[in-house]
Design a protein around this ligand. Structure first.
Ligand SMILES: [Zn+2]
Ligand SMILES: [Zn+2]
Length: 351
């Protein structure tokens, strides 16, 4: 029997703590499932929404949380391919499954503009309704907390490295910004056979962790204002692929300056700034590519779940702490603070 009300972490006003409130349990409509949330990851987007308020929400109050894993407890009309009691992870936005991008397996570009925690209630609650198009089966060997962080924190860097950056074994990589996403980019680049990995971050703990996760060189841009030079000093040339996870014009510039002739820069970080291209003679003459990478596709999440299940990818250091729903404000505070060494945080609403 499913209860009629549940507790949810609701955003009323950015900058104020989320309120733990009782709300009606939603019902699965046509093409939807009702998920009992076992784990929901937190990330920088939640800080933008709840703490800084620089990403607006479409309605308020709204339940936050977009990195969900749990068990299917109800299925709406017309749903096939999934069963009650099945463990699934959710694509971090409610994709339509119908548009030209979804049909092409490029869910990152889905034309449905809904988002959990912005225009539709999210997963920081006992239950969430989701389109079945966004459900991905979790292998038995993968726990819920790991599955939850895979949906965004690990799949976003995989998408940037693989689909957008086209990383090949042996290539040299630079990662600018080594928080949760950048740290996983290093771990994945290592798994994918990168020949050299440079990590660039102003935080000492982020640099230490970057080395633990597989970087060959960690650079503090406060001490070394031209990280590209430090890379050339060690490698003898620039990198083939550089990834940017910060979203500021100056860090984009740093990223471009790390590139070898013919190199690719993949920009993942977003922000209001407007970075400039280098002088055309250098940009064109050296055949540099600048590539945007937004989120992930479903296959990024599905492939990562299999890689963990088969022991190819070790994410045992990725979940730094698990909180009950009542601890969500403490978790957001910890995530917003610099220099804590946190990789990813998870909330378990059923705890
Ligand atoms: Zn996220
Ligand atoms: Zn779509």
């Amino acid at each position: 029997m499913i209860a009629t009300t549940m507790l949810a972490a609701r955003l009323h006003e950015a900058g104020a703590p989320l309120r733990i409130e009782s709300v009606p349990v939603p019902q699965a409509g046509s093409g939807q499932l009702l998920l009992e949330v076992a784990a929901c990851g937190l990330c920088g987007t939640d800080i933008h929404l709840a703490v800084d308020g620089d990403i607006p929400v479409a309605r308020s109050p709204i339940t936050l949380g977009h990195e969900a894993a749990g068990t299917i407890v109800a299925l709406g009309e017309g749903v096939s391919g999934f069963t009650l009691g099945q463990r699934v992870a959710l694509f971090p936005s409610p994709i339509c499954g119908q548009c030209r991008f979804c049909r092409a397996g490029r869910e990152s570009l889905c034309e449905a503009t809904q988002a959990y925690g912005m225009s539709q209630d999210g997963a920081l609650a006992r239950y969430i309704v989701a389109p079945v198009a966004g459900a991905i089966a979790i292998p038995d060997a993968v726990d819920f907390a790991t599955a939850a962080i895979i949906t965004d924190g690990v799949s976003t860097p995989l998408h940037a490295l693989r689909s957008r950056g086209a990383l090949r074994a042996g290539e040299a990589v630079a990662v600018v910004g080594c928080g949760g996403l950048g740290a996983h980019a290093i771990l994945l680049a290592r798994m994918m056979g990168a020949g050299f990995i440079a990590a660039i971050d102003t935080q000492a703990q982020a640099r230490e962790r970057a080395i633990e996760f597989g970087a060959d060189l960690a650079i503090d841009p406060a001490e070394q204002p031209h990280p590209g030079r430090a890379i050339r000093a060690q490698l003898g040339r620039g990198v083939d692929l550089a990834l940017e996870f910060v979203g500021r014009p100056e860090t984009v510039e740093t990223t471009l300056r790390c590139l070898d002739t013919g190199g690719r820069a993949v920009l993942v970080g977003v922000g209001p700034g407007r970075p400039a291209l280098p002088p055309l003679l250098s940009f064109v003459g050296r055949e540099h590519s600048v590539i945007g990478s937004f989120g992930m596709d479903k296959r990024d999440i599905a492939d990562l779940l299999q890689l963990v299940a088969r022991g190819r990818l070790d994410l045992s250091r990725s979940v730094s702490r698990i909180f009950p729903l009542e601890g969500v404000n403490e978790a957001l505070g910890l995530l917003a603070k610099k220099g804590t060494g946190v990789v990813r945080l998870v909330v378990e609403p059923g705890r």
